[in-house]
Design a protein around this ligand. Structure first.
Ligand code: NAI
Ligand SMILES: CC(C)CCC[C@@H](C)[C@H]1CC[C@H]2[C@@H]3[C@H](O)CC4=CC(=O)CC[C@]4(C)[C@H]3CC[C@]12C
Length: 441
């Protein structure tokens, strides 16, 4: 249920400037509300009233940084004002999607952020011109999802359990990732919301249980996608549900348009596993020990670019419904293909860590033995304590299997170009690791 339904209205045609980031909630609430109501009324006079969820989204401006004000000026002349819902909006990716929408979607009137656990940084966003509504809710509860979706034009569904370490039971993973996604779909149908963007994962494709490499593959590359682990299984099932829902009739008689994005391993500000490696390196006297061969390649993608792709897809879905509806897109950018550890060193190196060894220090068979031992320990200790180390048979197999994506489908279908270059992505991630900058906590 909304914990804050405060009407934080904005001047719809004006520049957003740094408003979203402004801090300080010390204004007299009544004066503030009056000011917002006034702005809202002015916006309504200048831009026309909001459209219904079943209504039409006007063609989007292909926003680049710095063009928001111009885009807003153009948009407000003809566009309805949009309500977006981001599920999982307080997660690693979700936070970037939320901030990206505020920066890059000029037609946004209200942004609903739905999450099991609401983050304190949401407060600072409420002082900006867009109404930011924080909704503490659970995607497994159909009625909570329906209430949040009601009146939304677009849903970006990033909520999910991301666990490959055995921290969460398979039942919960399934319930959140599959049932939760089904609830989101049904809510769109019931409430007449037409546009659903779903965060899937490269894991719906692979690596598969045979550890077969996927080398520079695209969305059409044949690959035996067979999984045993609950996380990829749940993501694959959820993606299928989303794609099958494309074209369903929603309340009001129009059709649902859905799309699934498949990020590879995401990195950037807020990436907790990266921070875990950093802390582990510090504990080991500034060293990390190579565990997987440098020849294994992984495709990784910067969180800002993943967020940008979500925003673009959401913006373009109506105009290109026939082309994009029911489609999947890998999320990619210009990050270099490297082994998992060598890639991490791009950030950990400048933070003072060193990767020891040009080849894995332990033979592969010993690592396999260690993963088996970890599995046994996890099972034995389960009644007493949660033992969930990074290294288990599944993560070792992942780290040891080449999985790289090379595609331009998103570019062809909706004009995607990464917003952040590799250099900028790298610099931002390093600053965040060093605790100097970055939005994500
Ligand atoms: N982290 C990665 O490398 C990748 C992530 N993904 C996908 O991206 C999405 C976001 O992942 P991350 O941001 O990394 O994970 P995260 O764990 O940081 O964020 C997930 C968010 O969903 C929320 N959530 C969990 N259960 C919920 C429930 N029952 N109801 C409402 N909210 C709930 C969490 O509170 C959290 O804020 C997930 O769907 C994940 O499968 C896909 C590819 C790679
Ligand atoms: C020293 C060890 C051998 C190194 C272990 C590394 C692993 C923890 C990570 C290797 C590959 C990662 C996964 C990959 O990036 C793809 C993913 C996609 C998702 O949708 C969720 C996250 C993840 C499963 C990611 C998780 C950590 C690794 C297994």
């Amino acid at each position: 249920m909304p914990v804050d339904c405060q009407v934080a209205t904005r001047g719809r045609c004006g520049s957003r400037g740094g408003g979203q980031r402004a801090r300080g909630l010390g204004w007299a609430p009544f004066l503030e509300r009056a000011r917002r109501e006034e702005k809202r009324a002015e916006g309504r006079r200048r831009c026309g009233g909001p459209a219904s969820p079943g209504g039409s989204l006007s063609s989007g401006q292909r926003g680049r940084p710095g063009t928001v004000a111009a885009a807003r000026m153009a948009a407000c002349a003809e566009a309805p004002e949009l309500v977006y819902l981001v599920t999982g909006g307080c997660g690693f990716l979700g936070e970037h999607v939320v901030r990206m929408l505020l920066e890059q979607e000029p037609r946004l009137r209200e942004l609903r952020v739905f999450d099991l656990r609401l983050s304190p940084w949401l407060e600072e966003l409420k002082t900006g011109p867009v109404q930011v509504t924080a909704i503490q809710g659970d995607v497994t509860q159909a009625h909570e999802v329906a209430a949040a979706v009601s009146g939304a034009h677009v849903v970006i569904h990033t909520a999910g359990v991301v666990d490959v370490f055995g921290r969460v039971s398979p039942e919960t993973i399934y319930k959140v990732n599959v049932q939760g996604t089904q609830n989101v779909i049904e809510a769109c149908v019931q409430m007449g919301t037409r546009f659903l963007v779903h965060t899937s994962s490269m894991e719906v494709v692979g690596p598969n249980i045979k550890g077969q490499p996927f080398h520079r593959g695209d969305e059409d590359t044949p690959y035996e996608a067979v999984h045993k682990h609950p996380y990829p299984q749940s993501k694959a099932q959820a993606e299928r549900l989303v794609l099958e829902a494309n074209g369903r009739e929603v309340r009001g008689g129009l059709t649902l348009v859905t799309c699934a994005l498949r990020p590879t391993g995401i990195y950037g500000e807020g990436h907790q596993i990266m921070r875990d490696f950093y802390r582990q390196g510090l504990r080991l006297g500034g060293r990390l020990f190579r565990a997987v061969p440098a020849s294994v390649e992984h495709g990784r993608v910067y969180v800002g670019n993943v967020a940008w792709m979500h925003v673009l897809v959401a913006r373009e879905l109506e105009q290109r419904a026939a082309l994009m509806g029911g489609q999947v897109y890998f999320c990619y950018d210009q990050s270099p293909y490297k082994s998992y550890e060598d890639f991490n060193m791009e950030f950990l190196g400048p933070c003072g860590l060193r990767l020891v060894g040009t080849r894995p220090l332990l033979p592969h068979w010993l690592l396999v033995l260690l993963t088996a031992l970890n599995t046994l320990l996890q099972w034995l200790l389960r009644p007493l304590v949660l033992y969930a180390p990074l290294l288990n048979p599944y993560t070792l197999a992942m780290a040891n299997t080449t999985f790289t994506v090379s595609t331009n489908k998103a570019q062809r279908h909706f004009g995607y170009k990464p917003l952040f270059s590799w250099e900028v992505s790298r610099a931002r991630t390093i600053l965040w690791l060093q605790g100097k900058e970055g939005s994500a906590q």
